[in-house]
Design a protein around this ligand. Structure first.
Ligand SMILES: Nc1ncnc2c1ncn2[C@@H]1O[C@H](COP(=O)(O)OP(=O)(O)OP(=O)(O)O)[C@@H](O)[C@H]1O
Length: 416
């Protein structure tokens, strides 16, 4: 117990926290954490609050909730309970609901710290589970001791403790922990014991490994921070100057900015390949995000529908520089449309595929969809970009039609 106090003081876990919320499942781990914090609350100068989620998964769940409520009342600890209401229990939904609830209680009770009772065993299980499910190296750093959370911080003060150190006398045994129906339970009850037979210090080996990965990542992150490259968009010039190994981690670091975006390993390799190629590029990564590369940057942007473009057309000079002048021959039907495969343009004395012209001139992707003005299938203008030689040649002719055009963007009402 003393070890706990020393560690908490040495690590200054609660230096900036006065109101601390304990996540109390009722199991031996969180009851021990609660008891230790309660015992040392004065030394640590903290006021405790407790929150419990009743998943209603076991017959005794309501009875346990009642017991916890009584215990907290006796100790004059404010106690908040939430009941799981999801139709079918899934670990993922359960976890999400639990942390949402903790966030809410922290805000309501003005707590700035949430503490959970994760211990060394949880750390080993987590790292091993991530290894089994093929997660990235950066995820094998395991559970952090503290991280920003809700209106404050999530602190896990027991990560250096073994389950065997826990001494709570009143707690509830969670029989669902003993099964093998969840991966976590199989890791805990089947795989770790088997691997420990091979190496009695298997758990320590896993912890050491994850600590070393942690160190390696701080070196990588420092190096990336020095480059000052992680912004809303990534500079291609700086990115392509780096070694391939560092490029790999810069892209990973950038993707971390979009926690709700899942990029498969195959897609990740494809992105690295695309970044290296000279072409501009736009591709949907998920329903919500797009990967865009222009000639200077690559970036991930929200996947907004491309607004429909329309033209404002004047037949008299509006004397407004935002309009573009286009001279057209007297005869022939005027057509206004977006580009099609196989379009050619006569420009600067060359007859060029429109696509090639866009690439050579590094025209930004979004401008490549600008409306074209054609007469008898010949392009006279790419609106908001340039006129072709055909239009230029008519400039001083008396017999011609002249238009002044300006793109306007019409967003659909739904997206406005
Ligand atoms: N039903 C609950 N009510 C309140 N706190 C809980 C509850 N379940 C778990 N906790 C808190 O979360 C800690 C971790 O619990 P457990 O190992 O079961 O969670 P996990 O889902 O495996 O991990 P994680 O919460 O990190 O995703 C517990 O020590 C406890 O502090």
């Amino acid at each position: 117990m003393n070890r706990f106090l020393k560690l908490v003081q040495q690590k200054e876990f609660f230096r900036y926290h006065k109101r601390v919320l304990v996540a109390l499942s009722g199991g031996k781990d969180s009851m021990t954490l609660f008891n230790w914090l309660y015992t040392y609350r004065e030394e640590l100068e903290i006021e405790l609050f407790a929150a419990h989620v009743n998943y209603g998964l076991r017959d005794v769940a309501n009875w346990e909730e009642e017991q916890l409520k009584q215990k907290m009342a006796t100790l004059h600890i404010e106690f908040e309970v939430a009941h799981y209401t999801g139709e079918k229990f899934s670990e993922e939904d359960g976890r999400r609901m639990r942390y949402d609830f903790f966030r809410e209680v922290m805000t309501n009770k003005k707590c700035t710290a949430l503490v959970t009772a994760h211990h060394k065993g949880d750390q080993v299980e987590t790292v091993l589970m991530r290894e089994i499910t093929g997660r990235r190296l950066r995820h094998l750093t395991g559970i952090p001791e503290r991280q920003t959370f809700g209106p404050g911080e999530l602190i896990r003060p027991l990560l250096l403790f073994n389950k065997a150190d826990f001494d709570a006398e009143e707690y509830f045994e969670d029989v669902t922990n003993a099964g093998t129906d969840y991966l976590r339970n199989r890791v805990r009850n089947r795989y770790i014991p088997a691997l420990t037979q091979e190496n009695p210090r298997f758990s320590e080996a896993i912890i050491d490994m994850s600590q070393e990965i942690n160190l390696a990542f701080s070196v990588i992150k420092d190096k990336i921070a020095e480059l000052e490259i992680i912004k809303d968009e990534i500079s291609l010039k700086i990115f392509l100057r780096q070694s391939r190994a560092l490029q790999h981690f810069i892209l990973q670091e950038y993707l971390e900015k979009f926690p709700d975006l899942q990029v498969s390993k195959a897609k990740f390799s494809e992105l690295l390949w695309i970044i290296e190629r000279p072409q501009q590029y736009r591709s949907e990564l998920s329903g919500d995000y797009c990967f865009v590369k222009n000639d200077k940057h690559f970036m991930i942007v929200p996947n907004k529908p491309i607004p429909q473009k329309e033209l404002e057309i004047k037949k008299e000079d509006p004397e407004d520089a935002s309009f573009m002048r286009v001279d057209l021959p007297m005869a022939g039907e005027i057509e206004i449309r977006q580009r099609q495969a196989g379009d050619y343009i006569l420009i600067n004395g060359h007859h060029k595929k429109l696509r090639k012209f866009f690439i050579e001139q590094h025209v930004p992707l979004e401008k490549r969809e600008n409306l074209l003005i054609l007469v008898e299938k010949d392009i006279y203008a790419i609106t908001d970009l340039t006129v072709s030689d055909l239009s230029k040649a008519l400039k001083n002719d008396k017999m011609k039609r002249t238009l002044w055009v300006k793109p306007t963007i019409r967003e659909d009402i739904d997206n406005a």
